[in-house]
Design a protein around this ligand. Structure first.
Ligand code: ASP
Length: 649
């Protein structure tokens, strides 16, 4: 018997207060038989035994999913192997027809129930029952008659011949969301009735995959690598130099908390505190525009280590992903690729390249007569010419697709876009057709780009970054168009790539950090810190999977003076970070870390279009919870308590 377990026998019941019953009970012959046969049994089995219900015990140990609940099997597991067994199933009424067949669905699948023709009582029970009513049934597994098997269902070879049927909770008529593959409710309706749309098999699958993935990540970090799981506060103070934060009013007039945008400062302070291998499944908040891959609150696997360098963090993450990678997704390609930020921009026009698309950007600037080009195209200042070739895709450059691609161009300022079809005539004729003066091209572009008849060429002419970013965008957008037309462009295997050597700073109107102000400058670039800061690279790394940034981190500054200098350059008030600066003076070890954006990572793994499909209760693009109506107005009493005055803008 489990130490501390307690079994209470009543006439018809057995209540077990811990996980398992172990062989000790001897005064109940049936129980004794059972206990010899298996080491752990579900309460429902014991209940059924003791209450003398005629559910025979399976010889197999009860599978974990059926322990402690009122069923012997799920609705997704019975096959011909179970024929002859008496089973108990519980689930929702998915469908019924001919007053005879019921489809009972739970989170694991559906099973057909067959009501015997002479059971008028059961027929009366189900007659006016709405879909989604909750039922429990006991019956015998029988094979379906010849030609009535349903090969699309896991349980399609059998049906359950019903002996008893209990309505546990009748659903109201016309549920607002039908759990059907066809005619799905629109997204807002699904979000309003999220508790119903959660019953869709895809959401069930995604959330279960999420749970087991996180479990394996914890297992790897704790068991294999001795990390410590530490919770850090989410009510914090405003952090300068980061994302826009949500503020939380307090009872002290004029004093607010901010919700953490990440546990960044705490994890660094843990390193100072000697907790040298920290991780946390951390909830973070950012008050930024919601996009398809962003939510105002999100979850990240947050990691920090002392005495580590960039390669150490990257190896840890590679091994973590190998360990936790869902088996059903096959293996993961090793080693992960690594490209610098500069190369990523030059070859793919983005720092989040989707390497499942093999096409790369080519720099053709040296093949053009730039002054002629400038004059012909009425361009200002220095220009670059980049090309992206889609082999054999010229036929797709129809008027409407050209227009679609041109629309995208408008977001890239003065960049010119030329869309060329390499048909039977030469590259030059193509340019002539576009009324570009001959002589503009000084070398044989056709040969350089290995152009062939039928290729589609996108040329971007403009400032370096704009032109590159335009082609980067077109690389994925044109691919999406081609794939929608049935072309297979992306390879099927997941592509993971590290991006390194980001610039430490970016310059919009002022100097800003590319990652965050705690990132260590690249040791080779220290000399430019004061002379040419935009030339300084940071020890910052991102992990990109199939074109989505799934993780980002850096080696941190552990020297208080350097940290002060960087804050100064960023115009950040150092008094707001005095606790960090002071902590660095008391023996902060060199340290670094990373965070994996779990919602986004799981979204990519599940091949979902939106992260909403991997989050149980997501918010809309406007940050609203359509189910509860949050955010909501508050009462005048609360406004007084929290010193809040609302003003009309
Ligand atoms: N705190 C960073 C983020 O949330 C990750 C890191 O640098 O570890 O993006």
């Amino acid at each position: 018997m489990f130490a501390g377990s307690r079994i209470v026998f009543s006439r018809t019941n057995v209540i077990v207060t811990r996980y398992h019953i172990w062989p000790l009970i001897s005064n109940l012959p049936k129980v004794n038989f059972l206990l010899k046969a298996q080491s752990a049994i579900s309460i429902s089995c014991v209940h059924n035994l003791v209450s003398n219900k005629s559910i025979p015990l399976t010889k197999e140990p009860v599978s974990p999913v059926n322990r402690y609940v009122q069923r012997t099997h799920t609705c997704g597991e019975l096959t011909l192997k179970n024929v002859g067994e008496e089973v108990k199933l519980s689930g929702w009424l998915e469908f019924q027809r001919m007053k005879k067949f019921i489809t009972l669905r739970d989170s694991y699948g559906s099973t057909q129930l067959l009501i015997p023709e002479d059971r008028k009582d059961l027929i009366a029970t189900i007659q006016n029952l709405s879909f989604e009513s909750v039922l429990s049934t006991i019956g015998k597994v029988v094979p379906r008659p010849e030609n009535q098997q349903n090969k699309k269902m896991k349980t399609g070879d059998i049906e359950v011949y019903v002996e008893s049927l209990e309505v546990l909770n009748a659903a109201s008529q016309n549920p607002p969301v039908f759990i059907r593959e066809y005619s799905k409710a629109k997204e807002s309706q699904q979000m309003k009735y999220r508790y119903l749309s959660l019953r869709y098999p895809e959401l069930q699958k995604n959330l279960r995959m999420r749970s087991s993935l996180i479990m394996r990540m914890r297992e790897f970090l704790i068991h294999e690598c001795s990390f410590v799981d530490i919770e850090t506060p989410t009510l914090f103070k405003s952090t300068p130099g980061g994302a826009q934060e949500f503020v939380v009013p307090t009872r002290q007039p004029g004093n607010f908390y901010s919700l953490v945008q990440s546990p960044q400062q705490f994890k660094q302070l843990l390193m100072v505190g000697g907790l040298d291998r920290y991780f946390q499944i951390a909830r973070c908040y950012r008050d930024e525009t919601v996009r398809h891959d962003r939510q105002p609150e999100f979850t990240q696997l947050d990691i920090e280590m002392s005495f580590v360098d960039r390669d150490g963090v990257m190896s840890l993450i590679e091994n973590l992903l190998i360990y936790s990678w869902p088996e059903e997704l096959g293996s993961i390609k090793m080693p992960f690729k690594l490209i610098t930020y500069k190369d990523a921009m030059e070859l793919y026009g983005t720092d989040k390249p989707d390497l499942r698309i093999s096409y790369q950007i080519q720099d053709l600037t040296h093949m053009f007569d730039l002054p002629v080009l400038k004059e012909t195209m009425k361009l200002e200042d220095e220009q670059k010419v980049y090309a992206l070739v889609f082999p054999k895709k010229a036929k797709y450059l129809t008027k409407s697709i050209r227009d679609e691609l041109s629309k995208i161009r408008s977001n890239y300022f003065a960049t010119k876009l030329v869309q060329l079809k390499i048909e039977s005539n030469s590259w030059k004729t193509q340019l002539d057709k576009l009324k570009l003066k001959s002589g503009i091209v000084t070398k044989d572009v056709s040969q350089y780009c290995k152009l062939q008849e039928g290729d589609a060429v996108l040329l971007a002419i403009g400032h370096r970054m704009d032109a590159l970013k335009l082609l980067g965008k077109l690389r994925t957008e044109f691919t999406n168009i081609l794939e929608a037309k049935g072309e297979q462009i992306r390879s099927s295997e997941a592509e993971l790539v590290w991006i390194t050597d980001f610039p430490l700073f970016t310059f919009e109107e002022t100097l800003e950090s590319s990652h965050h102000p705690f990132t260590q400058p690249h040791p080779e670039d220290m000399e430019y810190l004061t002379t040419d800061p935009l030339k300084v690279r940071g020890l910052h790394y991102d992990l990109v999977m199939n074109g989505s940034e799934i993780a980002g981190g850096s080696i941190r500054i552990h020297d208080a003076n350097l940290q002060k200098q960087i804050l100064g350059m960023l115009n950040i008030d150092e008094t707001k970070l005095s606790h960090m600066l002071e902590a660095l003076t008391y023996g902060a070890p060199p340290h670094g870390g990373i965070a994996i954006g779990l919602d986004r990572f799981i979204c990519v793994l599940c091949n979902e279009k939106s992260i909403k499909n991997v989050i149980a209760f997501p918010k809309t693009m406007e940050g609203r919870d359509l189910m509860s109506g949050a955010p909501d107005i508050i009462s005048d009493e609360l406004k007084i308590l929290y010193h809040i005055q609302t003003v009309d803008k």
